[in-house]
Design a protein around this ligand. Structure first.
Ligand code: ZN
Length: 95
């Protein structure tokens, strides 16, 4: 990836993440400017997406998770047994 200016690097590191893994970015000064690397993918990052986009997607996915969990709880109740107190568990074990 081509080096960017220090100003662009600050903007990228603060407001963007890696497009492959959504990991944080870091700036690495070179002779020509600053290279942007991903913490996980390194210099092989394929590009960047805005942090705002990833936060919005994470919130949407979390909402879908809770809806799916509730639907499963209603459709297959035995997947989510009622929690028992330690006293109830001990009593069931014969203590
Ligand atoms: Zn990455």
């Amino acid at each position: 990836m081509r080096p960017v200016s220090y100003h662009e690097a600050d903007e990228l590191v603060e407001n963007y993440v890696c497009s492959a893994c959504w990991g944080p970015l870091s700036a690495h000064p070179t002779g020509d400017g600053v290279e942007i690397h991903c913490g996980e993918c390194g210099a092989a990052t394929p590009g960047f997406v805005s942090r705002h986009y990833t936060e919005k997607q994470k919130a949407s996915s979390l909402a879908q998770y809770y809806l799916a969990r509730q639907a499963l709880r209603e459709a297959i109740p035995w997947l989510f047994p009622a929690k028992k107190t330690p006293d109830q568990l001990l009593k069931e074990l014969g203590y």
